[in-house]
Design a protein. Sequence first.
Length: 459
Amino acid sequence: MWRTALAAGAVLAALLTPTAAARADSGGGGGTDIPVLTDERGRALTLRGWNVEDKAGRGEQALAAVTERHFRDMRAQGFNFARLLVFWDDLEPRPGAYSQPYLRKIERVLDWAEKHDVQVLLDSHQDVFGPAFGHRGVPAWATRTDGLPFTPHPDDWFAEYFEPAVQRAFTHLYEDEDLRRAQERMWRILADRFEHHPAVLGYDLINEPMGELREGEDLPTAARRIERDHLTPMYNRLADAVRSVDPGTWIFVEPTPIVGEGVPTGLGRIEDPKVVYAPHFYNTAMEAGADYDPAAGWIETYERAVTRYPKEYGVPMVVGEWGPLNNSLPNMNHFYRDAMASLGRYGSGWAGYVWCYGGGYCAVDGSGAFRTNKELTAQPYAEAVAGTVRSSSYDPDAGVYRLEYDSGRRGSRWTVLSLPPGPWTVEAGGGAVVVREAAGRASLLAAPAARVTVTVTRG
């Protein structure tokens, strides 16, 4: 989540030039030729879930707002994935002093996720760099501004990214050798501690990275330069650090959040065999309070732009955050239907923002009931497919999910479907049988090299 006020839209509108916007809208469509995320048995995975966070709790209160209920309730609605926010400033409050209590708190949360069969992405989160600017992320001791000014924007925190001190702090993080080494050590500590935890699926190396604009540079040009010259080498360094202690966990890398404007990323190749591209899916106007405009073509533009990187570099894609602040506007039902269809065309999954109990961005209210239109995110899907998926779709009006896949000639034969609260009827053909149906789950067993069809019907 990165924009919350009208002024943020004005900042981006001023920096996104018409020429850049036109470039962003060119190119082919998305959705095909993108590799899928796989598990240790080679099955094609689909991740659907939510971000889980406690941005307010620090020190002894860190992660206090995250409870077992989060994972129990998500799993009960059919979700199998959580992106857990962790903070460098909590992990290493002083240089070289890593908080063992904080690591134990993370482990406790991961234990809850394992208990409820939710896979977790550990996200090294930052907002406006970190506590030196009143937010969370990079510790104050690792923040260097060269004395440049910083003016808070209480009603528009995203605008704080464009403050000179914040931009310079990113430059130092990317360029100063001692800060590079500190960030690498931080990731070695996390990966070494949680490599073998059954709930951990991957590591998101940094949330929504930004950088320093040059004089006369529009925002899309700056974003592509920062991604090319700073983020690509940083991700390669951090991937090497992770691999020094953890040889097999998926590594997730993000572009700058400017990709949400339909701007293709300038990120280069990350030299690691288990990389996932993890952009975010936000629209400036909607984040500033506007309703969804289906005729504007934003989702189509985003999809064309965002699928270029995983196609070019042959990596899976998972959207790490998405979801507007105001879900009750007249066109938001239309938005959720369009967004869910789009996300299903090209990615291996997503994490909505955010699973909490209340208002604002929260997925559910205090009683655990979905807030307006959020219920459209709970659909049947195939968590793990033992074969090659040919097609997968859900018709929310008819309440029908269809899956077609070719089962493998060897290896796992088990395919697992996730079902939100029902009732649901599961039918399989083409050499597959439904072996087990339980609350929220159906398992199928297929013959080798079969063309399998599955139909899930509500009611």
